[in-house]
Design a binder for this molecule. Structure first.
Ligand code: CMP
Length: 307
């Protein structure tokens, strides 16, 4: 038999009123359940792009809901407020009365209405007694926002620690932090190759990058290497800055030299132009930070982003 709370949560009464304060905090569970929920979230097409941090917080916030055989867990067309992960049992998904599929343990369901703010796209019925884990919309969205805000603050602090960005007005610093995209690279990977074109600017936030230039055929016999190391860049160093302003032909190779890999915060030219350059001065060319005023570092230090 379902308890009142579970009934409200698991049957059709998924209204916001069913969300008590207890559902917004962490709920104890064993390691096996934690792993199952985490893997289910990571395997879901719509959730797998979330940060691991977000996934882990969702795992902690999910609470247990047991439903009986034949229970209608989700009714098509309802306003949904819960996302479920199935630990035990079998559920059947149907739409317009037509069978769609059967879901087994380790599957997420009910994510679409919460992610896309739409009504339930299908009905889900328990074919056996089911042990489920659930998270409510508010908690789900709060986790997404909280982690997003924490990341944002982390990026702003990081940008503030880099000399070239220190003079940037606070508002622009925040806008820039919103633009940053984190990219990770493996040891030995070429982030950029000399002679290739690129439109991305990189700031190293973890690891090291070796800068090399290609050795010409005539030099090759003497040095017995295809590339010459010019310098090594570390956390806070940046490269590819010309890409923000012009079609950049990379002047060097950038190879990950730290065994643990490397993480870069990147901005591409289109995002930069869209959000920093154009919005500020209303101009697309001839601005003080226009393409002609910019050359490779260290001249980049004279750049005044958006000023
Ligand atoms: P949601 O729309 O919130 O509620 C019904 C859920 O059924 C939906 O999220 C998905 O999790 C699931 N669902 C909908 N369509 C399909 C499908 N074609 N195959 C598997 N699951 C589905």
């Amino acid at each position: 038999l379902l308890g009142v709370k579970e009934k409200r949560a698991a049957i059709s009464g998924e209204s916001s009123s069913s969300i008590g304060s207890s559902t917004t905090s962490h709920h104890s569970k064993n390691q096996k359940s934690r792993e199952l929920i985490k893997n289910a979230l990571l395997a879901n097409d719509f959730l797998r792009h979330l940060d691991l941090e977000q996934i882990c917080e969702m795992v902690e916030c999910m609470y247990n809901v047991d439903v009986a055989k034949n229970c209608l867990i989700i009714r098509e067309g309802d306003d949904g407020s819960l996302v479920y992960v199935m630990e035990d049992g079998t559920v059947e998904v149907s739409k317009d009365g037509r069978y769609l599929c059967t879901l087994a343990p380790g599957k997420v369901f009910g994510e679409l209405a919460i992610l896309y703010n739409c009504t339930r796209t299908a009905s889900v019925r328990a074919m056996t007694a089911c042990r489920l884990w659930a998270i409510n919309r508010q908690t789900f969205q709060a986790i997404m926002m909280k982690t997003g805000m924490a990341k944002h603050s982390e990026y702003v602090s990081f940008l503030q620690s880099i000399p070239i960005f220190q003079d940037l007005a606070e508002e622009k610093m925040h806008r820039l932090a919103d633009l940053l995209v984190e990219e990770t690279f493996k040891y030995g990977e070429y982030i950029a190759r000399q002679g290739s074109s690129g439109s991305t600017f990189f700031i190293i936030s973890k690891g090291q990058v070796r800068v090399t230039t290609n050795v010409s055929q005539s030099q090759l016999t003497k040095v017995k290497a295809h590339e010459k190391t010019v310098k090594t860049l570390a956390v806070g160093d940046f490269f590819g800055e010309q890409a923000l302003f012009d079609d950049d032909i990379r002047t060097a190779n950038y190879v990950v030299s730290s065994h643990e890999g490397c993480t870069c915060l990147t901005i591409d030219r289109d995002s930069y132009n869209e959000l920093i350059r154009r919005r500020d001065d209303g101009r697309t060319t001839g601005s003080p930070i226009g393409r002609r005023s910019v050359t490779l570092s260290p001249e980049f230090t004279s750049l005044r982003l958006g000023d």
